[in-house]
Design a protein around this ligand. Structure first.
Ligand SMILES: Cc1cc2nc3c(=O)[nH]c(=O)nc-3n(C[C@H](O)[C@H](O)[C@H](O)COP(=O)(O)OP(=O)(O)OC[C@H]3O[C@@H](n4cnc5c(N)ncnc54)[C@H](O)[C@@H]3O)c2cc1C
Length: 571
C-alpha cells in the first residue's frame, strides 16, 4: 500500500476527503508515459487516462504505411535512463511506427507504468471546483474522477480533421483518415486508391503505397516543400557507437534551437559565395533527416531573398526528379518558401509521379465537389475508387483542448478563452485555470522542436514545480493574468521576425477544414525562440520561486513542508 502524503492526512483530519488522485494525467503518449514515471517515482497517487485502447499516443494511432520518424530515432528516444539507452537498439535511423510503438511499450513495461494507466477512457469534461481546489472530470462512459492537479498530455497532433465534403458517408468502398488506418493489414494489391492531401502524412503514405496498389490518384490542393529523408538501417556496430555517444548527442540536442543534432550554418548566407552556398546545399540534400532544414543558413527563416534563392534550388531538384515538366511544376509550392512550415521528409516521393499507375489531380484547378457512392467528383469529372485515404492532417496544437469541456474559475470555458488562439504562461499554465499544467502545451518549447526533448524538459519542470507545491503544502496554483500576457506577447513578438508568420500552416493555426482557422487569423501556437532560450526562461522562473504563479493553501490550513514520499527523490 502506498503511504498517504502529509497533505492527504491533513485533509482527512479536517474532514475534507482527498481527491481520488493527487494528479490526473490525460494522455498516454511520449509525454504521459514520462510524466507518470516521474510521479510514480515520487510515490504520488496519480493516474493516466487515455481514449485509446492502449498506450503510445501518436505511435498507437498512426498505423498508415510509411508512418515514421523524421527525428533521428536515437535523438527521439527518452534520455532519462542510462539503462534504457544501453539496452534499446534502434533498427533504423528514422524508425517506423511499429518499432516506435514497441519502444514505448518496452519503456512502460520496464518501469512498470501500465498499472497507473486507464484506457478506453476519453475525458469529455474537466471542471475546476473552486471550493475544494480540485478538478472534476467526466469520461465518455459516465465515470467521474477528481484530481488535485490536472496534467494535459493530450498531444499537439492528436485530433484528426476530415475535409468538409458532402457525401462522405455514401461511399461504398473503404475510407479512412490516416490516423485511423486499420490495425489489420489493408489489401492494396490491384486496388484503385485515392489519397487526399499532400502534407507530411500524405507524402509518407503516397510514397510507401505507390508500388503496392493497382492504381493511385493523389488529390493535391497545395504542394509542400519536401526533401529526402535518406533513411537507412543501424547496424549493431553503429548502435554501439551511438550508445557511447549518447551524452554528447543529448548535449548537442540541448544546445541547438531545434533540439536535434543539426546545428545551423553560422557563416552568414550573404557572406559566402553562391558556389559555396550551392556546395553546402548539395551536401545537405544527401544528408539524413532535417539537415537540409536545420543545418542550413539561418537567413532562410528570416530573409525573403535568402529563402527565395534556396527555394529555387529545391525547385530545381524537384524538376530533376520528375519526368513530366508540367507535373514537376505542379509539385513546386508557389505560396510559401522552403522551411517556413515543418518540412515533410520523403523517400522517393517525387518519383511516384513517374509511375504509370500514379496520377496527380490538382484540386486547386478542379476542386473536389463531393464524395460519391463509387468515388470522388471534381468540378471536371468523376473518379471511381476502392479505397479513399484522407491524409488531411490535424486540428493541431489546441484541438485536443477544444474537444474537452474544460471550465476554470467562474465556469469560464477554455475553448472560449482560446477561440482566437491560445494564451499561456510559459506554455504550461493558463490564467483562470488553476492546477492545470501542460508539459508540452501550446506556446511551449516542444511544438517547434524535436518533441521528446521538449517533452522531457516540460515534464521535469512541471514535476519539480509540483514538488515545490507539495513540499510547502499548497493546494492551488494559478498563473497571473499579467504573467500570461507577458509570455503571450513574447511568443507573438518571436513570430514577427520569422517568415513562417506568413505561412498557411499549423504553426500559424491555419486549417481550412476547421471553421475559424482560415488564413489571415494567425494563432500564435509555438515558441520560436529555440530550445536553449526556452529552457533558460523557464529555469529562471523556477529560480525566482516560480514568479508569475500565485500559490495558495486553499481550503486547508497551510501545511508544513515535506510530503511523505517526495523528499530525497533522485532523478
Ligand atoms: C505521423 C507522425 C509522425 C511524427 N513524427 C515526429 C518526429 O519524427 N519527431 C517529432 O519530434 N515529432 C513527431 N511527431 C509529433 C508527435 O506527435 C510527437 O513526437 C509526440 O509523439 C507527442 O507525444 P504526446 O505524448 O505529447 O502526444 P500524443 O502522442 O499525441 O498523445 C496524446 C494522447 O492523448 C490522448 N487524448 C487526447 N485527448 C484525450 C481525451 N479527451 N481523453 C483521453 N485521452 C485523450 C490521445 O488518445 C493520445 O493517445 C509526429 C506526429 C505524427 C502524427
Amino acid at each position: 500500500m502506498r503511504k498517504q502524503t502529509r497533505m492527504e492526512q491533513e485533509q482527512i483530519m479536517i474532514g475534507n476527503p482527498a481527491p481520488d488522485y493527487e494528479v490526473i494525467v490525460i494522455g498516454a503518449g511520449v509525454a504521459g508515459i514520462y510524466q507518470i514515471k516521474r510521479l510514480a517515482d515520487l510515490g504520488i497517487k496519480a493516474t493516466v487516462l487515455d481514449a485509446a485502447p492502449d498506450l503510445g499516443g501518436t505511435w498507437y494511432w498512426n498505423r498508415y504505411p510509411g508512418a515514421r520518424f523524421d527525428s533521428e530515432s536515437y535523438t527521439y528516444g527518452y534520455s532519462f535512463s542510462k539503462e534504457l539507452l544501453g539496452e534499446w537498439h534502434w533498427k533504423e535511423r528514422f524508425s517506423g511506427q511499429p518499432e516506435n510503438l514497441r519502444y514505448l511499450n518496452h519503456v512502460a513495461d520496464k518501469f512498470d507504468l501500465r498499472k497507473h494507466m486507464q484506457f478506453n477512457c476519453k475525458v469529455e469534461a474537466a471542471h475546476f471546483d473552486e471550493t475544494d481546489s480540485l478538478w472534476r472530470l467526466r469520461t465518455e462512459d459516465g465515470r467521474e474522477l477528481t484530481g488535485r492537479f490536472l496534467i494535459m498530455a493530450t498531444g499537439l497532433l492528436s485530433i484528426p480533421t476530415l475535409p468538409r465534403l458532402e457525401g462522405m458517408d455514401s461511399f461504398k468502398g473503404r475510407s479512412f483518415h490516416t490516423f485511423y488506418w486499420p490495425h489489420e493489414p489493408v489489401e492494396l494489391a490491384g486496388k484503385k486508391v485515392a489519397v487526399i492531401g499532400t502534407g507530411a502524412t500524405g507524402i509518407q503514405v503516397i510514397a510507401e503505397i505507390a508500388d503496392k496498389v493497382g492504381d493511385l490518384t493523389v488529390f493535391q490542393r497545395r504542394p509542400n516543400w519536401s526533401a529526402p529523408l535518406n533513411n537507412g538501417p543501424i547496424s549493431e556496430a553503429e548502435m554501439a557507437e551511438l550508445r557511447a555517444r549518447y551524452d554528447e548527442i543529448f548535449a548537442t540536442c540541448a544546445r541547438t534551437p531545434g533540439g536535434f543534432e543539426h546545428e545551423p550554418d553560422r557563416r552568414g548566407f550573404w557572406q559566402v559565395s553562391r558556389e559555396e552556398r550551392v556546395a553546402l546545399w548539395d551536401r545537405l540534400y544527401e544528408h539524413p533527416g532535417f539537415a537540409i532544414w536545420l543545418r542550413n543558413f539561418r537567413e532562410i527563416f528570416m530573409d525573403d531573398a535568402a529563402n527565395a534563392e534556396f527555394s529555387a534550388y529545391i525547385a530545381d531538384r524537384i524538376r530533376r526528379r520528375v519526368k513530366d515538366p508540367a507535373i514537376a511544376e505542379k509539385l513546386i509550392p508557389r505560396d510559401h518558401g522552403f522551411g517556413v512550415q515543418r518540412v515533410p521528409m520523403e523517400t522517393r516521393y517525387f518519383e511516384v509521379y513517374n509511375r504509370d499507375n500514379a496520377r496527380l489531380v490538382d484540386i486547386s484547378e478542379t476542386p473536389l465537389v463531393r464524395v460519391t457512392e463509387s468515388g470522388l467528383r471534381t468540378t471536371e469529372r468523376d473518379y471511381d475508387f476502392d479505397i479513399i485515404v484522407y491524409a488531411t492532417g490535424f486540428d493541431a496544437i489546441t484541438g485536443a483542448f477544444d474537444h474537452i469541456d474544460i471550465q476554470g474559475v467562474g465556469g469560464e470555458k477554455l475553448r472560449d478563452k482560446w477561440k482566437d488562439g491560445p494564451s499561456t504562461y510559459l506554455g504550461m499554465f493558463i490564467h483562470g485555470f488553476p492546477n492545470l499544467l501542460m508539459p508540452a502545451g501550446p506556446q511551449s518549447g516542444s511544438a517547434s522542436t524535436n518533441y521528446p526533448r521538449g517533452i522531457e524538459t516540460g515534464v521535469n519542470w512541471c514535476t519539480d514545480f509540483l514538488e515545490h507545491v507539495w513540499e510547502r503544502g499548497y493546494m492551488r496554483a494559478e498563473a497571473t493574468a499579467e504573467a500570461e500576457q507577458r509570455w503571450t506577447d513574447h511568443v507573438i513578438q518571436m513570430y514577427s521576425v520569422m517568415l513562417m508568420r506568413k505561412a498557411k500552416s499549423w504553426f500559424t493555426g491555419y486549417n481550412s477544414n476547421i471553421p475559424g482557422h482560415e488564413h489571415g487569423r494567425t494563432r500564435y501556437f509555438v515558441y520560436n525562440g529555440g530550445a536553449p532560450k526556452y529552457v533558460s526562461r523557464i529555469s529562471d522562473v523556477a529560480a525566482k520561486g516560480y514568479e508569475g504563479i500565485v500559490l495558495t493553501s486553499g481550503s486547508t490550513p497551510p501545511a508544513t513542508p515535506s510530503v511523505t514520499g517526495i523528499a530525497g527523490v533522485a532523478r
